[in-house]
Design a protein around this ligand. Structure first.
Ligand SMILES: [Zn+2]
Length: 226
């Protein structure tokens, strides 16, 4: 028997009959894609019946709204159904307009019943990211919530506990879609393929991923079915 390179993976229930409903939440255009774009591409490559609800909380009314729509179109091209919503909450001010953002969350909870939620991590140092993370847990109680990470100047990367291995092809597609969709971000020093690839590589090392690449998440509460 050949030695395992990593623990045996948990799997989403393969016996499910209906669509897998995934809710992706991001404070700003590009957060979802940076944090979990590879996982979404891999999920949609592995499963045919996936519904994606993609909600970005800022950008509406500005040039980044179109970028968010373009990007969602690229990342969700294989989704069976998709819904993309871009709100116009003010970038950098989320803690001060929390009630209105909470209303937006309640509206999502009334109209979508997701199986899996991908959201910002609780320990993120960006105040807008934290508001989205906190309201995710505040609003949803019966879903698997995985918190993604976003590399940034603040330096808040931690020790994640759930990893999704990615193929090199998916990793390349992730960085290529990011570059293609978010033209306004290309001038930012950190918005480069090596930033994104470097983090995938590091998480790939930590998880023993077959092709050495992975996205990482914080799974604060998971239920194991035997
Ligand atoms: Zn952000």
């Amino acid at each position: 028997m050949s030695p395992r390179r990593a623990p045996a993976p948990l799997a989403l229930d393969p016996r499910r009959a209906g669509p897998l409903r995934v809710l992706c939440l991001g404070a700003h255009p590009d957060d979802i894609e940076i944090g979990c774009g590879g996982t979404i591409l891999a999920l949609l490559a592995a499963r045919r019946n996936v519904e994606c609800h993609w909600i970005v909380f800022s950008g509406a009314g500005g040039p980044r709204a179109q970028e968010a729509e373009t990007s969602a179109g690229l990342f969700l091209a294989r989704a069976r159904r998709r819904q993309v919503v871009v709100h116009g909450f003010r970038d950098g001010f989320f803690p001060y307009v929390g009630a209105a953002i909470k209303e937006a969350f309640e509206n999502v909870a009334r109209t979508v019943s997701p199986d899996l939620i991908l959201t910002h991590t609780r320990a993120d140092r960006h105040q807008d990211h934290r508001v989205v993370s906190d309201l995710t847990w505040n609003t949803f109680r019966s879903q698997l919530i995985l918190e993604y990470e976003v590399p940034k100047y603040d330096g808040d990367l931690g020790v994640p506990n759930l990893f999704v291995p990615l193929s090199s092809a998916i990793a390349r597609r992730k960085t290529s879609h990011l570059h293609k969709a978010f033209r306004s971000q290309r001038s930012k020093r950190w918005f480069t393929a090596d930033t994104f690839h470097g983090l995938l590589r590091l998480r790939g090392v930590e998880s023993g991923a077959p092709e050495g690449l992975a996205e990482a998440f914080y799974a604060r509460k998971t239920i194991l079915s035997l």
